[in-house]
Design a protein around this ligand. Structure first.
Ligand SMILES: Cc1cc2nc3c(=O)[nH]c(=O)nc-3n(C[C@H](O)[C@H](O)[C@H](O)COP(=O)(O)O)c2cc1C
Length: 407
């Protein structure tokens, strides 16, 4: 569940060729539960018709400074007050310049001046306009005032040329919106490490041993934590995208995961170990691809060695380094049998604050999960089956409740 739910979002659309992409942003934000009000500049209405936004948002579209539309109030003032967030996507060079100067000559620029909601700008223009010192100076001025920018990407431009200036992808802009909204969340400023995915233990340069963990649970936790304002370090093994705003650390093996977790622990307030590290790894990694030869016609025996116990290493680190401030550490137990007994033993032996017990293989790759929370006081909370996004929120509720007061 996204933090856009229940939020009032003003979506400004300006006269860029990319205006049609704003329809995707409007539609996705509505589907995420936001109340979306679209304000268009006159130039934008030449690019794409207001009815598309009215239909997608189920609300009238504000286009004209002078039209009262039968309303007794003044749109740029009332909408500006109601807004939790103002997004302008796409943002033209012209409106960008006006915002930097504090001009208020149309409904959108006036709203941006009157509102106290955070401003998220997604510029789109051809490369020369984008790189012009005037544009860059205006951008710097806006950034120095705390305005959030989703920088344009490179690629095909409407002119037929290829270069910088292309509107960021609509879903990236929505992720950026969630990040901005999260800055008022209950985890604002807290530093969380979230690990995710199954590790890959190399046999040779082309083969590895892994497990069925999809990384979906860790990703859901990282996204939810980001939405609640946490500064997230996402240490993961899969090809799933790192949530916008999170710091990505890609690892492959359990040894790399162990090292990455220990490297980031000192700066963290909490660690959520949703990754599924291997317990065993090939004792030796072959330098070259293992071939079928006359020596192995009967088969091949692999010798596996134990990997480091990451949560044990974390517990040892905490014992050595933590004095007054305790980090919150959440582990996962994925078992095919004796789930709760195994989870309870792991909770105690690894000095965890909470363990999330879930039966496998049902959980692997699934969007739904039926988990049980066990905590260090002996509390057991069986949860109903729920999507991984919902479980992520429940886990973060538990983390939030256990965090030391921020200093
Ligand atoms: C076909 C066409 C495409 C345009 N695309 C862009 C664009 O991508 N970015 C931009 O900054 N201006 C673009 N412009 C120029 C703006 O529409 C123009 O500067 C206008 O005054 C912007 O007004 P506004 O900022 O009030 O929306 C385009 C103009 C035309 C005719």
């Amino acid at each position: 569940m996204s933090n856009l739910k229940g939020k009032t979002v003003v979506l400004g659309v300006t006269g860029s060729i990319a205006a049609y992409k704003a329809a995707i942003i409007a539609s996705q934000a509505v589907q995420a539960g936001a109340e979306v009000h679209v304000v268009m500049t006159e130039a934008a209405t030449h690019m794409v018709g207001p009815p598309i936004f009215a239909a997608l948002t189920h609300r009238p579209v504000v286009t004209d400074f002078w039209e009262t539309r039968g309303m007794a109030d003044i749109a740029h003032v009332t909408l500006g007050r109601a807004a939790d967030l103002v997004i302008i996507a796409p943002l033209s060079a012209n409106t960008l310049a006006k915002l930097a100067l504090g001009l208020a000559d149309n409904e959108l620029t006036a709203l941006c001046l009157s509102t106290r909601a955070p401003l998220l700008l997604a510029p789109a223009m051809e490369t020369g306009m984008w790189q012009h010192p005037a544009t860059q100076d205006h951008l710097a001025a806006l950034q120095s005032r705390g305005v959030h920018i989703v920088t344009p990407g490179g690629g095909y431009l409407a002119s037929g040329a290829s270069g910088v200036g292309r509107l960021a992808e609509p879903l990236v802009i929505l992720d950026a919106a969630r990040t901005v909204l999260g800055q008022r969340g209950d985890l604002a400023g807290r530093r969380l490490i979230v690990t995710s995915g199954g590790t890959r233990e190399a046999l040779d340069p082309v083969r590895y041993i892994t497990n069925q963990s999809s990384g979906k649970m860790g990703l859901a936790i990282a996204e939810a934590a980001r939405d609640r304002g946490a500064v997230v370090t996402f240490i993961h093994t899969t090809d799933l995208p790192t949530p916008y705003g999170a710091t990505e650390v890609r690892v492959a093996s359990a040894a790399e995961l162990d090292q990455a977790v220990l490297d980031h622990l000192a700066a963290a307030d909490a660690l959520i170990m949703a990754a599924a590290p291997a317990d065993f790894t090939p004792a030796q990694r072959a330098e070259h691809k293992i071939k079928k030869t006359a020596d192995n016609t009967e088969g091949l025996t692999l010798h596996l060695a134990r990997t480091r116990d990451i949560l044990r290493d974390v517990a040892d680190w905490r014992a050595a380094h933590e004095t007054t401030r305790r980090r919150v550490v959440v582990g996962f137990a994925a078992e095919t049998q004796n789930l709760l007994d195994n989870a309870r033993a792991k909770l105690a032996s690894k000095d965890l604050d909470l363990i999330v017990a879930n039966p496998v293989p049902q959980t692997f790759g699934s969007d739904m999960v039926q988990a049980t929370f066990l905590d260090r006081t002996g509390g057991i909370t069986p949860l109903e089956p729920m999507p991984k996004e919902a479980l992520a929120e429940r886990i973060l509720d538990e983390v939030t409740a256990r965090l030391a007061p921020s200093t």
